[in-house]
Design a protein around this ligand. Structure first.
Ligand SMILES: [Fe+2]
Ligand SMILES: [Fe+2]
Length: 331
C-alpha cells in the first residue's frame, strides 16, 4: 500500500513518523480539525490535545504502541481554530509504507456518528450536548441493539418537555436541559457484562440485579466525569445534575415500585419522570431481537393503563392529548 492510497480513504487520516512528527494527512483530516497544511506539517499530534483526556489514556496509548504497534480508544481533542472539543474515536497503527516505518492514525469524530444519523439533533449541537451524546454513544457500542435509541428518546423527551412548558408546568430552560440530559440515561449499560445484556431468555435474579445496577452506575459515571472536568463543573453544573438524575431515576415508578431507590411521585426529579415515559415509548415502538414493534394505538393503551402507576399522570395526559403529533422516525 502506498501513502497516496492510504490518504485516499474516505475518513480523516493522519500519518506521522516514528517520532510522531506529522508527515502526511488528507483533506478530511484538515477539515475535521480546521487546520491548514502549513500549520501542521512537521508538528506533533499533541497540538490537538485539549487537556481533558485523562493522562492515563496517553500512558496506555504509548505502552500499547510500543508493545503491539497499535492502539484504539477515545480522546477528547480540540478543534484548532474554533473553541470547541472534538471527541474522536482513534485507531493508530504502526505500519511500513514505502519502506518507511510510520504511524497511521484514523480519526472518527463521535458527534459525526450522530449528525450523520437519520435523526436531527437540534439543541444537542452545543458543545456540552455533543459531549454527553458522545459518551452515550460509547455505551451503545456495548449494546448495538440500542442504536439511535438514546437519540430517539431525547427527541421524545423534548416533545414531552415542550408540551409541559406550554402548559406552564416547567420553565423554558428545562426543555434543552431535559433533551440533552436524556441521552445519557442508559450510559451505565457500558458497565453491564455483555453476556448478561445479550443473554437470550430469562435472566437469573443476580443477572437481573446486574442489569438494574445500570441506573446507579450510570449516575456515578457522570458524577466522576463531572468532577474531573472543572470547566464543565462551573459552566454546566445544571446540565450534569440533570444528566445524573436522568441516569439514576429513569426506572423509578410514580407509585414507588421502581428502582434503584423506590422514589415516589414528586421525589422523582422531573427529568427522570419525562425520560421514563420517553424511554418506554421508544422501546415499545421499536423492534428488538426479542420482540416486534407495537402498533402506536397499543402503545397508547399501555401508557394510559400505567398512568399513576409507572408514569406521572400529568405527563401522561399531555402525551395522550398530543399523541398524533409525536416525533416520527423512519427506519
Ligand atoms: Fe435504562
Ligand atoms: Fe433506555
Amino acid at each position: 500500500m502506498t501513502f497516496e492510497e492510504i490518504l485516499a480513504w474516505p475518513i480523516p487520516v493522519l500519518i506521522t513518523d516514528v517520532n510522531r512528527k506529522v508527515l502526511y494527512f488528507n483533506q478530511n483530516w484538515l477539515e475535521l480539525y480546521g487546520a491548514t497544511a502549513d500549520e501542521v506539517i512537521n508538528q506533533q499530534p499533541s497540538m490537538m490535545q485539549s487537556g481533558f483526556t485523562a493522562r492515563t489514556i496517553y500512558q496506555e496509548l504509548n505502552t500499547s504502541l510500543k508493545n503491539s504497534g497499535a492502539w484504539s480508544g477515545v480522546l477528547i481533542n480540540r478543534h484548532l481554530t474554533e473553541k470547541r472539543f472534538l471527541v474522536v474515536a482513534l485507531t493508530i497503527m504502526r505500519w511500513v509504507v514505502e519502506d518507511q516505518t510510520v504511524f497511521v492514525s484514523l480519526h472518527q469524530p463521535l458527534d459525526r456518528l450522530c449528525v450523520d444519523s437519520a435523526v436531527s439533533i437540534g439543541s444537542l449541537q452545543t458543545m456540552e450536548g455533543i459531549f454527553l451524546l458522545s459518551i452515550a454513544k460509547i455505551a451503545e457500542w456495548n449494546d448495538p441493539e440500542l442504536e439511535n435509541h438514546v437519540l430517539r428518546v431525547s427527541k421524545f423527551a423534548r416533545w414531552i418537555s415542550e408540551m409541559m412548558r406550554d402548559n406552564g408546568d416547567i420553565p423554558d430552560a428545562d426543555v434543552d436541559l431535559i433533551e440533552a440530559a436524556s441521552v445519557v440515561h442508559d450510559i451505565g449499560k457500558a458497565a453491564v457484562p455483555k453476556e448478561i445484556l445479550f443473554k437470550p431468555g430469562l435472566l437469573t435474579d443476580s443477572e437481573r440485579y446486574h442489569v438494574k445496577d445500570h441506573a446507579s452506575i450510570g449516575s456515578e459515571m457522570i458524577n466522576t466525569i463531572y468532577h474531573q472536568m472543572q470547566s464543565f463543573h462551573n459552566l454546566y453544573g445544571k446540565l450534569f445534575e440533570y444528566a445524573m438524575d436522568s441516569a439514576l431515576t429513569h426506572h423509578e415508578w410514580w407509585n414507588g415500585n421502581g428502582y434503584p431507590n423506590g422514589l415516589k411521585e414528586s421525589q422523582i426529579p422531573i427529568v427522570g419522570r419525562v425520560v421514563a415515559l420517553a424511554d418506554v415509548i421508544d422501546a415499545l415502538l421499536s423492534d428488538r431481537p426479542y420482540k416486534k414493534k407495537w402498533p402506536p394505538s397499543q402503545v397508547l393503551t399501555y401508557i394510559k393503563n400505567y398512568s399513576g402507576l409507572q408514569f406521572d399522570p400529568k405527563i401522561v395526559d399531555v402525551v395522550i392529548t398530543n399523541w398524533d403529533h409525536r416525533p416520527i422516525f423512519v427506519d
